[in-house]
Design a protein around this ligand. Sequence first.
Ligand code: UGA
Length: 436
Amino acid sequence: MRISVIGCGYLGAVHAAAMASIGHEVVGVDVDVKKIDMLSRGEAPFFEPGLQEILTEGIASGRLSFTSDLAAASGAQVHFIGVGTPQQKEGSAADLTYVDAAIDGLRPFLRAGDVVAGKSTVPVGTAARLAERIAPTGATLVWNPEFLREGWAVQDTVDPDRLVAGIPAGAAGERAASILRAVYHPAVAKDTPFIVTDYATAELVKVAANAFLATKISFINAMAEIAEVTGADVTQLADAIGHDVRIGRRFLGAGIGFGGGCLPKDIRAFAARAEELGRGESVSFLREVDAINLRRRERAVQLTVDALGGSVFTKRITVLGAAFKPHSDDVRDSPALDVAVRLHGLGASVTITDPAAIPNARRLHPHLNYVTDRDDALRDADAVLLVTEWDEYRRELSPEHAATLTTGRVAIDGRNGWDAAAWRAAGWAYYGMGRP
Ligand code: UGA
């Protein structure tokens, strides 16, 4: 099938390459010429395991190309919209400028019978509005939210745990749904749930999923706060409640909380949209979820200050991690980087290391000190903070080895990723999040 993908950011670039990898003929379109040049050369513009390989293959096969010219979308049967919907500069609602621009730019190239599949995360009600805008072309809009996780984006795109298609009532909608089934043929062939809904439900599925995940993380972090004043251990608590299959252990990792380009902005946009709809109170708990989450960053900073005797001024602190989570170079709203910046603001001499995210972190905070090699970064530190649980820091760094490099013996475990007993046995003062 001939496919166009409008927007080649995280979502779009992976989607384009993944669609080519399952046999489609794909053109990716983006206004960012630099990004298009990189992608056209087969270079992944960001760190994502497996992306490089499918880009190279796709381009070599001749089935995958990239351009900044929207006219190249002409002739495709399915047009995916994968542009960003960032938080508005003023306020917490989503900025739909890029979605609107993509639809308007695409309109002249749409033919009757084409399918436009929206993947961007949008406020409920957007699809109905966009459908009216493309109606005169005879193309059909479907809303096909994306659930990929950074770090697993390729796998999540090719082999998702579910597919959702919001369609309009009537024959055109049914036809569009069957075209989408053909697009996702490998997943459909293995009976991946394919849920057909109306527009509003499809839009809400996406934000509800992210709101639930954010709530789950903040729930366990709220328990960590209670653990901190009672001497309980939140990791044991999470293990114990996680055995209940109705609760489940995943996403009960207490620590410095969630960040990234999705969860924080999506819960804020959802709350803002609910208020517009006169139902603000229905999701007012999301404001609390956000507040709990942000408090955990401050908690990690306070733990460090306390552990270093009440002040971090001129103390040498090594921060292990900058990315918002492992297997990603993404530093958007990264709790790890935020903690580093706050410590720097308190006068600490902060050294940051990360296996993938240093270039992005440096672009955002050029004044901070970055060291690529983990052991070099650890040398002579007074305190060490684990803030992104890369294997290099969590599993592969032994407390005995770390102790040969640092001056101090203060370990702050912002992700509860270390074995507290092992660190203590090696002579460290160990501090976890919500752990005694
Ligand atoms: C999230 C969702 O998980 C995806 O399903 C969704 O498609 C995506 O947003 C999106 O909307 O595009 P992602 O942002 O890649 O994916 O990251 P997650 O794996 O969800 O992690 C988010 C944050 O939560 C990270 O900062 C992570 O460190 C933190 N986290 C995760 C915790 O603090 N504790 C946990 O137990 C799990």
